[in-house]
Design a protein around this ligand. Structure first.
Ligand code: SF4
Ligand code: SF4
Length: 108
């Protein structure tokens, strides 16, 4: 994660759990993202669930961490950030970028 600039959305387990990216059509056909999701779910279910996962292992919360590391996303599909509690809480619709953080980078 790039910590050199201010981050609007805190990278917390609570926000990771609210993130809608795992259900987003942009990632639905991404083997890379779905593999990360499988591992993330297993990790959260394990005894280490209090530990916050490394950002590069989380296929979501791009509004906090910046562009996706997976290269096989499909931005032709619809971003669903507007359905997310984090998006509403931090008024991300008013920022730039306002959506498609996986493509455009973190919210500022
Ligand atoms: S606003 Fe988008 S990127 Fe940020 S947590 Fe919600 S769904 Fe994920
Ligand atoms: S940032 Fe938006 S487009 Fe990208 S995966 Fe999350 S919900 Fe989908």
């Amino acid at each position: 994660m790039d910590t050199s600039e201010s981050t609007k959305v805190p990278y917390t387990l609570a926000n990771i759990k609210k993130c809608m990216c795992p259900k987003c059509p942009v990632q639905a056909d991404s083997k890379c993202a779905m593999d990360k999701l499988d591992n993330l779910v297993k990790g959260l279910e394990s005894s280490r669930e209090r530990e916050i996962p490394e950002p590069q292992n989380v296929p979501g919360i791009y509004c906090s961490t910046g562009k996706a590391t997976c290269q096989d996303l499909n931005p032709e599909q619809q971003c669903i950030c507007y359905t997310c509690a984090v998006w509403k809480e931090y008024n991300l619709g008013e920022g730039v970028p306002s959506m498609y953080f996986c493509q455009n980078g973190k919210a500022t």
